[in-house]
Design a binder for this molecule. Sequence first.
Ligand code: UD1
Ligand code: CA
Length: 455
Amino acid sequence: MGLSIIILAAGQGMRMRSERPKVLQPLAGKPLLAHVLASAAELQADDVCVVYGHGGETVQATFPDPKIRWALQTEQLGTGHAVQQAAPETPGENRVLILAGDVPLLTAATLRFLLSETPGEDMSVLTVEMDDPTGYGRIVREGGSVTSIVEQKDASDEEKSIREINTGVILCPGDKLQRWLRALGNDNAQGEYYLTDVIAMAVADKVTVHGVKANTAEEVMGINDKKQLAEAERALQARLVDELMQDGVGFSDPARVDIRGTLKCGKDVFIDINAVFEGDVELGDGTQIESNNLIRDSKLGAGTVVHSNCHIEGATTGEHCELGPFARLRPGADLADKVKIGNFVEVKKSTIADGSKVNHLTYIGDAEIGTDVNVGAGTITCNYDGANKHKTTIGDGAFIGSGVELVAPVEIGAGATIGAGSTITSAAPDDSLTLERAKQKSIDGWIRPEKKEKT
Ligand code: UD1
Ligand code: CA
């Protein structure tokens, strides 16, 4: 039997108080819906359909995947009505798994368990026990199987005392689902077409409805407001850090790190507090990340140490590099092995070869720097003439004195020495000292201006 997945994502999410559609609110750096789609993708369904409505085009544009089928729900008349928008196109011979776009922590493992616990011709509901079930649909059971789901607003006092609730995840045979959906009414406290009403119809059709319990309430939490979004963020961060610790990554405090994307680590990596990882980040064996670092879309080679307070984006380093404290690597910063980038140094779109050092207060942009180069404090590659960018090339073993301006395009030869304070505008030859400096003079008997009395 094949599998079709329908994800309900048309709700407005009023309680978010945001211009952004609810399913696009960010969790661990990705929209809520991306997390649900990722779990769905792991199940390798024949067909994944997202029911969208509020914020329609923006939601669709965020997920250009041609494998996703979209069904528009123009008016949000309830979860049953939402499924009605998707179901006609859903193959009747498939089993249909219905998910909510605002339940992002649900794992593929739990969904696989739900599928394995449900014989093909049966139906099942993913449930969970809650200490405080207020607001959720309650699971009514008779002789073990589920006989109905009663929404909070329609529940009697006795039904309200039930602690097992509907997570919103439902699995059922496609052909029967289509028949039941056609029979849905909206005669209830909210005047909505409730998907949950199909359970009573299944029971009437002698279809067994299993209530399969999820392990934790956290995994099935629905996100309705910013407080729940923040709770889910912490829960997901804890999960991501747990996985990394199981792989041997060390953290000084697992609660004070944020992974907004994918973080891949080698052996014996250590991460201190307040490190933020965004996009795709790779840390080689033995990498050490000190406190207060932001690392985005970068790859750091084995043994590299990032001292405190660096901002690293779109950069790569070889092995045993040392960065910071207070260094900034911008996109295209490409360092080979044993390169040192010190405090208040900015590197953009430049390659720096093995063993070179740029230790203090320097800007390196659009440059190609050879091996074992030493760039003194306060050096600037003047790469921009106000209209175009130009390249600076520095040969192997060159020594650039402090306070030098390299006006690009310019080439510094291998083994060249550039005197401190020079403004270099044309090529400096190999193995020579090049300097450009006004003659120093002293004025005898010079008198400093004195502060005038205020009149
Ligand atoms: C629903 C369930 C309730 C369950 C709860 C779990 C029904 C009738 N109730 O209630 O039993 O305990 O979820 O969180 O199904 N949506 C649409 N179109 C609509 C209405 C909703 O796409 O017209 C989507 C929402 O975007 C959301 C999901 O369906 O992703 C659930 O909708 P929501 O309004 O949150 O349902 P609840 O009232 O919370
Ligand atoms: Ca909800």
